[in-house]
Design a protein around this ligand. Structure first.
Ligand code: SF4
Length: 311
């Protein structure tokens, strides 16, 4: 049995920065440090930070007055920012700079007088945050059917922004449907989908072409991990999302001499290595040396908030 790893996979620059922010906030301010929502969508990461003093909350009401609170990598609405300020909370913003860029695009389009559409998944924290960054109604579009159902005049002045972790193919199709129905629409093409999402989708497609089965290591609520599984499945191989090695079903391996493994942008490499080790035990055939495909080498990094940048 051969295990082939996709490249790139795992942590992106926004996730690395967000985790670094919580760790530095703990070192600087001491425990507890409250974090609004999961800092990134991965249970292992959340549990690890919790064990070191992070307290994850779903609402600011759960944060004591004047406490330190970190906003997650997915970003928050203006309402949450205003509520934190009104409560006198000491906020540290771990919003990924690429999500902040989408916030700024959205605000610019609204200032231009355009009605804003958001291409994304209902209920995802990033989508809720971005839609809440503008003082105007925003129409959420998740599919081509949603485009056809939009109750807007065809000559309306529109603009769209996208969630950063969508499927490139699906988003292109939705943008195509928008352009076909609404001639006066502007937007950032698929550039709103971040570099890490794009690179991992290209890499998993290359991986799927060489294997009999793809395992994506990632959390069930991780948007980009789910998209990786979809891209692999659409390439024609069975593909499963597993949170860790315990979720591998040995039955998947019986007819899969070549197993491809990748991971979402919020998945620690440690979990990938545990999955690879488990494959060596669970697979009916002996494991040959693990191979990693060539792929884009990412050298992106984002600056920390000034208050945490100094050692
Ligand atoms: Fe930022 Fe992209 Fe990573 Fe999300 S997936 S945190 S947008 S780099």
């Amino acid at each position: 049995m051969q295990v082939i790893l996709a490249q790139p996979r795992g942590f992106c620059a926004g996730v690395t920065r967000a985790i670094d922010i919580v760790e530095r906030a703990l070192a600087r301010h001491g425990a507890p440090v409250h974090v609004f929502h999961e800092i990134v969508h991965n249970q292992w990461v959340v549990d690890d930070l919790r064990s070191r003093g992070a307290v994850f909350v779903q609402a600011l009401d759960a944060v004591p007055d004047h406490a330190v609170v970190v906003f997650s990598a997915h970003g928050v609405s203006r309402q949450v920012m205003n509520q934190a300020q009104a409560r006198g909370l000491r906020t540290i913003d771990a919003t990924c700079p690429l999500v902040s860029k989408v916030h700024q695009q959205a605000q610019r389009f609204v200032r231009q007088g355009r009605t804003l559409l958001m291409i994304g998944h209902a209920g995802h924290e990033e989508v809720v945050g971005t839609m809440g960054q503008v003082d105007a109604p925003v129409h959420l579009v998740s599919s081509i059917d949603d485009v056809q159902a939009l109750a807007l005049p065809v000559d309306a002045a529109l603009a769209y922004v996208t969630q950063t972790t969508l499927s490139l193919d699906d988003t292109r199709a939705i943008i195509g449907a928008l352009l076909a129905r609404f001639p006066d629409i502007v937007g950032p093409e698929v550039d709103g989908i971040c570099y890490a999402t794009q690179n991992r989708q290209v890499a998993v497609r290359a991986l799927a072409a060489q294997v009999d089965l793809v395992l994506v290591v990632g959390a069930r609520n991780s948007s980009n991990s789910n998209r990786l599984r979809e891209v692999a499945a659409r390439a024609g191989v069975p593909a499963y999302l597993v949170q860790d090695e315990h979720e591998i079903d040995p039955a998947w391996l019986r007819t899969a001499p070549r197993v491809g493994v990748t991971s979402g942008a919020s998945t620690p490499e440690l979990l990938v290595q545990r999955v690879v080790a488990a494959l060596g035990v669970l697979h009916p055939d002996p494991l040959t040396p693990v191979v990693q495909l060539p792929g884009v080498r990412e050298d992106v990094s984002f600056r920390l908030p000034a208050e945490l940048a100094l050692p």
